[in-house]
Design a protein around this ligand. Structure first.
Ligand SMILES: [Zn+2]
Ligand SMILES: [Zn+2]
Length: 253
C-alpha cells in the first residue's frame, strides 16, 4: 500500500497569502505546503482523503487517474473546497464516486454545494454518494475504520486503512479511538505549530507526546503552519517521527 501526501499545510496553506505569518520562502521546497490531503493506493483501490482548495492541482501533480472512494475528515473549507473538481473523474470513470464522512459534514456539503444534489441538480455537476456510517467496512482490498476524534467541539473522522491510521484536524483522541489506532504500522497526525497550545489542533510537542504514548513505529505530521520550518523542527524530533512534505510517498507495510 502506498501513501502520497498531496498536501501537508494548514488551512491557509504555506506560504500564506496577504503577508500573514511567515511568508518568506526558506529555500527548502519542504516548506511549501498545499492544503492537507492524501492519496492511498493499493493493488485494487485508489482512495482520496479530503479534497481541498488545491485538489485539482494536487491530482495533476501526483498523476492521479482514478478515485474509487473519497474519505472526508470534516466540513472545513480546506478539506472540501475542491469537491467540484471531482467532475472529470466522474466523466472518465462513468460512475458515481462513493464518499464517507461524518453526519455533520454530509449535511454541510449538501447545504454548501446544493447544486450537486436533489431534483434541481445542475446537469454535469459532481456525482457523489455520501455515507455517514462510523462502523468499519470492507472496500475491495481495504479494511477501513472511521476514527472519531475531536477538533475543538467538532467531531471529525480520521481513518484507519489497513495498517495506516490517518488523523488530521484533531486536538483530542479518546482512549476508545486510540485502541482502534493501536497496531498500525504508520500513523499520520496533525501538528499545527510548535507552540503555544491551540483550541482545535495538536501542537508539535503535543503530537510528539501522543505519538510516543501510542507507540506506532513510524509517524508523520501534517497540517503544519508557516512557522514550522522543516529542517529546524525535524532536528528536534525523535527519528521515527517525521514532518511530512508535499508529494512525499510512503510505503505502508
Ligand atoms: Zn484543516
Ligand atoms: Zn478543520
Amino acid at each position: 500500500m502506498k501513501l502520497t501526501f498531496l498536501g501537508t499545510g494548514t488551512s491557509m496553506g504555506v506560504p500564506v497569502a496577504g503577508g500573514f505569518g511567515n511568508e518568506h520562502p526558506s529555500g527548502d521546497a519542504r516548506d511549501i505546503r498545499w492544503r492537507t490531503s492524501a492519496w492511498v493506493q493499493t493493488d485494487e483501490t485508489s482512495i482520496l482523503i479530503d479534497a481541498g482548495p488545491e485538489f485539482r492541482l494536487q491530482s495533476l501533480r501526483s498523476g492521479m487517474r482514478r478515485i474509487d472512494l473519497l474519505l472526508i475528515t470534516h466540513e472545513h473549507t480546506d478539506h472540501i473546497a475542491g469537491l467540484d473538481d471531482l467532475r472529470p473523474f466522474n466523466y472518465v470513470q462513468k460512475q458515481t464516486i462513493p464518499v464517507v464522512t461524518t453526519p455533520s459534514c454530509r449535511s454541510s456539503i449538501i447545504r454548501r454545494f446544493e447544486y450537486m444534489f436533489g431534483p434541481d441538480k445542475t446537469p454535469g455537476s459532481v456525482n457523489i454518494d455520501i455515507k455517514t456510517s462510523s462502523q468499519p467496512f470492507q472496500f475491495n482490498d481495504c479494511t477501513i475504520t472511521p476514527l472519531p476524534v475531536m477538533h475543538g467541539t467538532l467531531e471529525v473522522y480520521g481513518y484507519r486503512i489497513n495498517n495506516l491510521s490517518y488523523v488530521t484536524d484533531a486536538n483530542y483522541i479518546s482512549d476508545e479511538t486510540l485502541s482502534l489506532i493501536k497496531g498500525s504500522s504508520v500513523l499520520v497526525l496533525n501538528a499545527l505549530r510548535w507552540e503555544p497550545d491551540h483550541p482545535t489542533h495538536f501542537t508539535v510537542p503535543q503530537a510528539v507526546a501522543l505519538a510516543e504514548r501510542i507507540g506506532i513505529p513510524e509517524v508523520y505530521f501534517v497540517h503544519m503552519n508557516s512557522e514550522v520550518r522543516h529542517a529546524a523542527i525535524q532536528e528536534k524530533l525523535p527519528p521515527h517521527i517525521k514532518l511530512a512534505f508535499d508529494q512525499q510517498v510512503v510505503n505502508i507495510p
